[in-house]
Design a protein around this ligand. Sequence first.
Ligand SMILES: NC(=O)c1ccc[n+]([C@@H]2O[C@H](COP(=O)([O-])OP(=O)(O)OC[C@H]3O[C@@H](n4cnc5c(N)ncnc54)[C@H](OP(=O)(O)O)[C@@H]3O)[C@@H](O)[C@H]2O)c1
Length: 315
Amino acid sequence: MILLLGASGYIGEAFATELQRRKKEFIPLARQQVDYSRFDVLLEFLRAKKPSFVVNAAGYTGKPNVDACELDKAGTLVGNTLLPQTLAHACAAEGIPWGHISSGCIFSGAKILEHGKVRVEKNMNRPELHALAEKKSPAILGFDETDTPNFSFRDQPCSFYSGTKALGEEALANIGQSYVWRLRIPFDEFDNQRNYLSKVQRYSKVYENVNSISHRADFVKACLDTWELRAPFGIYNVTNPGYVTTRHVVEQIEKFLKPPRKFEFWADDAEFYKVAAKTPRSNCVMDVSKLLAAGVKIRGVEEALEDSLKNWKPE
Ligand SMILES: NC(=O)c1ccc[n+]([C@@H]2O[C@H](COP(=O)([O-])OP(=O)(O)OC[C@H]3O[C@@H](n4cnc5c(N)ncnc54)[C@H](OP(=O)(O)O)[C@@H]3O)[C@@H](O)[C@H]2O)c1
């Protein structure tokens, strides 16, 4: 039996759907039923139910966006840093392997191959780099699992949300047996205020940048596959291979959904941060070679994006 924490959330419900599809026995647990954020309560529950695996889809995301985390720093820290550490200790005490949902938002930018050397570039909106991204230059490389987060409390600026997610990875490291699955900007065909494709359609103006993104169902399938394939424990970037510019996402939305509105973009970062955002946003390219080398199959970002828009289900 698999224990699923945070099953009521946007990502947790996708795990529940996929576990049902795979006919896996699982318990979807909410804090209201059993306060799994408390070590003693969680340990007792694990001892009684003896799950073979635990999925932690619980965390504090901030609604409608990460700016909300700046107003509830204690809650953000509890959900994203203390909870994973509590879980790590409880699962280790019972010898239960588990998986934790982290985020790619602990990185900013991409790695650039230049004159035979690789350097980190935090700002992909610099015109010459953005031009490279538009033509999908092989000089743009994603961050891999050996890279140190560069959008964290240790490498500022960062949002409070991202800081707690990076600290969450540190808090569970070297305790027991776990997967850390890094999700990045979830999207799919189901119109929803949490879906990136819905968000882009609803913004008054769109923010241009370069990002790797994760199709929600592809993400949960890939995560569960790491466990089913018994891939080595550790960190895995779990995005659809590749990356997109926001402008390209808008072009695809226009092509497939033909919305009645005309999309406008913020003039630059200065305007975006003055009008639409409070805390710094992460935008980054992720490398998924480790996931693919583990034998996990996940389709490329273009295919996942097109498929979502072709099968779009308005709310
Ligand atoms: N959505 C994204 O854009 C995104 C991107 C990258 C990574 N992630 C990560 O994916 C995980 C799930 O995100 P989500 O979008 O599914 O979030 P969500 O819709 O807000 O659901 C999270 C669930 O976590 C549980 N929870 C446990 N402790 C909590 C706390 N202290 N504060 C708030 N909720 C708490 C709640 O379930 P109960 O109270 O019912 O138990 C809640 O339903 C999080 O770790 C998040 O950081 C999300």
